[in-house]
Design a protein around this ligand. Sequence first.
Ligand SMILES: [Zn+2]
Length: 159
Amino acid sequence: MYWGTHACLPVLTVTTIDTLRVSRQQPRLITNKQLWLIALAALLPDILSPHFSIADRHSSWTHTLWFLGGILPVILILSKWLVKTNWQWLAFYCYLASCIHVFLDGIAGGVSFLYPMEGVFGDYYVPWKYWIYSDVGFILMTRLMLFILNRKVKQQRLD
Ligand SMILES: [Zn+2]
């Protein structure tokens, strides 16, 4: 999948959850600025190991179980360092975003989850020709949900 889907799917998930929370008069867990960190975490596997061919992805160290295990403490430490309140939620969503990245690549060509051990997990369940439509759809849905969330927060402040 392309970066639009990778970045927006976790951000859409978080903004949807926060929109539901705000609708129930509960505070947001994640701020708008923190959404950028979640998007960054979602792109981390490709930023740290850029790849253009499927063969490169299948030999990428950042699309493995070992990488997902290794970044967990890093994300926990960085989240606690960067954020005073709700740092656990930021850490959880950032980690989830990186996991979603590997999952999405798994259904869009497969990943070598246990690299350098043999074996590719997944396949082209989502063919390449649909990736751009996925990007456009997720970017628009995320923008819409963010608009709804910010509007509800504004209304809540006025009430
Ligand atoms: Zn990737």
